[in-house]
Design a protein around this ligand. Sequence first.
Ligand code: AKG
Ligand code: FE2
Length: 247
Amino acid sequence: MDDLSGTSSTLGSLTDHQVRSIAQQIDATGIFCMKSFLSELGLAKARQFVNAKLDQREHKTVSLARDEMSGSGLDELAHSEQFKNFCARLYSIGFHHSAPEVEFYQILRCLTGRSAMEHSLMFHYDSYLITFLIPIEIPTEGPRGDFLIIPNTRGVRSTYAMNLVDKALVDNKLTQWLLRTLRLRDPKWMRRVHLSPGNLYIFWGYCSIHTNEPVDEHAVRATALFHYVDPHAESRLKRSLRGGGNH
Ligand SMILES: O=C(O)CCC(=O)C(=O)O
Ligand SMILES: [Fe+2]
């Protein structure tokens, strides 16, 4: 995987050419990695936050929403003008539309304990076009909880109903079984990404089937996710079904 290295402050200085080449790399390979995106201090703060939350929650898997993240430093990133600007530029270059004024759908996923397995190997499409993923904790021993992606298997659907059909084709026992079985053969079309804490990974979450591998119950795998732009936000059908989750 080609990658840039930098910190969140580097994002503001990227040229249009560089942003375009990030979009091209995601189109071509499925994922882009910016190394050492979080500073050491930023990563240490987020880690401390995760560990304190897991202590509070008795070391069970939790997904924290934006309003539960204050103090992690990750909420500040979502409000950083440089980060927001970069995401808007990447969106407009990647999807050929000017970026709407929207907030991120933000989650801090902390997998641990017995329930880590239940939350792994669930292949899905996201509801949002771009996914920005920052690993905070990744096990250094035993199963690492690699990220798996089958890149760019669909385009942006013109209707929410078509999007639901795609999702239903993936989110069923047969497809999940098939993908889990095929994973064991390590096919080339399913990319395996060994995540490193503090890096920023970017992929078209809406267009790509993806998931994470499990980790041991004593290990912790924490990822911060920033989902950006729901193309069906205005759909009447979506509203009448009252939104639905991210998967
Ligand atoms: O934690 C990960 O590696 C991916 C999670 C994901 O795809 C999601 O929450 O939509
Ligand atoms: Fe996802």
